[in-house]
Design a protein around this ligand. Structure first.
Ligand SMILES: [Zn+2]
Ligand SMILES: [Zn+2]
Length: 424
């Protein structure tokens, strides 16, 4: 009996103990779980707040950015039209109201600071078209520098307010020629026209490959010389000159003068062969050691040779006129082992007749440099920015866009003008 009572007491105690123990565990669990729950709630709440703040900030930023773009766009396009020169055909340029361009992906809209007249534009004005560069009716002009007013989505490195010179073309970078460093011969060279206008659209490829920042100390009209100068430096360096070489430059147009100036800066002795009175003084000022002024090719050859020791001929002759007779003339001016560069492009379908004997037995190198590459464009702007290149000497006049026709008529008469800066 006693055993039964003791067992009952023991079991009762154990039951009480179990109840107490289990109860404590439950209480502990409740406290623990409750604490975890609070933590979880706090944690989740916290994340939600952070997300809300971040997302909110993003929304505000986006709103500010979009708002600013809209305002910029509104400011620019408040004027929905601009004045621009439109080429309609032979000697037919009209200043017209056309829509202000808008920047698409990768593009820039530049407010033109100065656009320069150019021999190519003069040719196009006379002929009414340029097979590769421009087919009318079309916006006209290709040498300019200005200030960015709008940068399209995806543009890197340029923003509104930047002073830039955007070149007239850009190579594809992928074709046979581009991958061999001959980007001037690119199968898909992209040209841009429209410099004689208040604003110009710069295509994405030119923005990415051939648009350069203009240093603060360089006037925009000087920076606009980058394109022709790039051609001149390319033509000169392609002739493989050495300091001290005697270089004959045939032609006193803007590019002839530029090449002779570049050659003089490189330490060459330059003989300039020019036709017109106005070109004589310019050639001297830009560094020609001798100026031969004649309209006769025979005289030009004879007088140029006479300026070299024993009538030997010049080391390098660069033709910068673009007529077959003067290509032939250039070949007659160089010494044995000399180099001729047919730099001036002639009209389609023209031919030359060359003395094969002389070319072979005198071991003459013939070259014909065309256009520029992105590397030469950078070199040209560096030369302008260096201050060594007399940029100011090439800009002999200023005119308003409305005077463009009068300017071209004057250029046709070949006076003393080299380049006129057209200011819109
Ligand atoms: Zn040009
Ligand atoms: Zn290419």
């Amino acid at each position: 009996m006693a055993g039964t009572v003791k067992a009952a007491i023991l079991r009762g105690r154990k039951t009480v103990e179990t109840v107490v123990e289990e109860g404590r565990k439950k209480a502990e669990k409740v406290v623990e779980e409750g604490l975890n729950t609070v933590d979880t709630v706090v944690e989740v709440g916290f994340n939600t707040v952070e997300t809300v703040v971040v997302e909110g900030r993003k929304k505000v930023e986006s709103a500010v950015s979009l708002g600013r773009k809209t305002v910029e766009h509104a400011l620019l396009h408040g004027r929905s039209t601009m004045q621009a020169a439109v080429l309609h055909g032979r000697e037919d340029i009209r200043i017209e109201s056309v829509p202000v361009p808008e920047a698409n992906f990768g593009e820039l809209i530049v407010s033109v600071g100065a656009a320069l007249t150019c021999g190519t534009d003069l040719k196009v004005y006379r002929r009414g078209y340029h097979a590769r560069m421009i087919v009318p009716p079309a916006l006209f002009g290709h040498e300019q520098a200005g200030t960015v007013v709008e940068a399209g989505e995806g543009v890197e490195g340029f923003a509104a307010g930047d002073r830039v010179v955007a070149l007239n073309s850009a190579p594809c970078g992928q074709c046979y020629f581009c991958t061999r460093g001959q980007e001037n011969l690119c199968d898909d060279l992209l040209f841009n026209n429209g410099a004689y206008a208040e604003f110009i659209r710069i295509p994405a490829r030119i923005v990415a490959k051939n648009t350069l920042h203009v240093p603060d100390h360089v006037p925009l009209e000087h920076a606009a010389l980058t394109e022709p100068l790039a051609c001149a430096v390319h033509g000169f360096e392609d002739s493989h000159p050495h300091p001290g070489d005697t270089v004959a430059v045939i032609g006193g147009g803007p590019l002839g003068l530029m090449i002779l100036h570049v050659a003089a800066l490189a330490g060459c002795k330059v003989i300039a062969i020019v036709k017109h009175d106005g070109q004589v003084e310019a050639a001297r000022q830009l560094g020609a050691a001798h100026v031969v002024q004649t309209a006769s090719i025979r005289n030009a050859i004879r007088e140029t040779r006479a300026l070299t020791e024993k009538n030997r001929g010049v080391d390098i002759a660069i033709e910068a006129v673009g007529v077959p007779e003067s290509w032939e003339e250039a070949v007659e001016m160089v010494r044995k082992g000399g180099t001729v560069n047919f730099f001036g492009g002639c009209a389609l379908g023209t031919h030359v007749s060359l003395d094969t004997n002389r070319i072979h037995y005198s071991d003459i190198t013939l070259r014909a440099t065309f256009h520029h590459t992105p590397a030469f464009c950078r070199k040209a702007l560096d030369l302008i920015a260096s201050g060594r290149f007399q940029a100011g000497a090439f800009i002999t006049g200023h005119a308003h866009l409305y005077e463009l026709n009068r300017v071209f008529e004057k250029l046709m008469k070949r006076g003393t003008e080299i380049k006129t800066a057209i200011v819109p």
